[in-house]
Design a protein around this ligand. Structure first.
Ligand code: PEP
Length: 253
């Protein structure tokens, strides 16, 4: 059975003290009232080692928001997958649309990151999704297919078991516009079908596919009720414990 997951992406928010306070509060709340799903928080690099020592990893998983496309060496300012792993983190987000757009991360670069993350024992939350123009031109299926083909479909089935897919329509990220649950379900089912074409039905049935884009406590229950939506990748609403907890609790409804 595939996992239900609610993952937070803090992005470039929270200084160290604020991040420690948020992680501490979330840990208290979730250890007292255990979630019905896997919960992951993905934080800036500087928080990882400290937050790793605060959280109960049996209740909250920890991830980075990125890692380098090189193994080690003279790459000033970069943080390798091995370094991420050494903090106690278990996950890394790769392919977020903000990194593709603002930092020119191509499918080929992301493929390198994917390989290094897996080689260093990290699980990957791999983001895919179309822009508004692509949605309006009805190109969403080809976009998500080519993003998967370009960066993760070279993996073996065994490696692919460590990949969680996050479908995030770019037009819904941070905009307050959410894909309707029917729109999201349609493309999630398509994504599962192309995973099945590549790796077979069993692998596809075991792959968690998260929805991301202005997901909040008010719309999470309807989204998560859909057959092929296995949880959410949450930006803005992961920055306050009550908001994030509200989404996590959607799995209790
Ligand atoms: C994201 O960037 O991964 C995201 C889903 O952001 P938000 O929830 O703020 O739309």
């Amino acid at each position: 059975m595939r996992k239900k997951i609610v993952a937070g992406n803090w992005k470039m928010n929270k200084n160290l003290q604020e991040g420690v306070a948020l992680a501490t509060e979330l840990n208290e709340v979730l250890t007292a009232d255990k979630p019905n799903c896997d919960v992951i928080i993905c934080t800036p690099f500087i928080h990882l080692a400290t937050v790793s020592n605060i959280i109960d990893h049996t209740v909250i998983g920890l991830g980075a928001e990125n890692c380098a496309d090189k193994e080690k060496g003279a790459f000033t300012g970069e943080v390798s997958a091995e370094m991420v792993k050494s903090t106690g983190a278990e996950y890394v987000i790769l392919g977020h649309s903000e990194r593709r757009e603002y930092y020119n991360e191509t499918p080929a670069i992301l493929k390198e990151k994917v390989d290094l993350a897996l080689a260093n024992g990290l699980k990957i939350i791999f983001c895919i999704g179309e822009s508004l123009a692509q949605r309006e031109a009805n190109q969403q299926n080809e976009v998500v297919k080519s993003e998967l083909e370009g960066s993760v479909f070279h993996l073996t089935a065994e490696q692919f078991a460590n990949v969680v897919i996050a479908y995030e329509p770019i037009w819904a990220i941070g905009t307050g516009k959410t894909a309707t649950s029917d729109q999201a379900e349609e493309i999630h089912a398509y994504i599962r079908s192309i995973v099945a074409d590549k790796y077979g039905k069993e692998v596809a049935d075991n792959t968690s596919i998260l929805y991301g884009g202005s997901c909040k406590a008010s719309n999470a229950p309807e989204l998560f009720a859909k057959e092929d939506i296995d949880g959410g990748l949450i930006g803005g609403a992961s920055l306050k414990t009550p908001d994030f907890k509200g989404i996590i609790d959607a799995w209790k409804k």
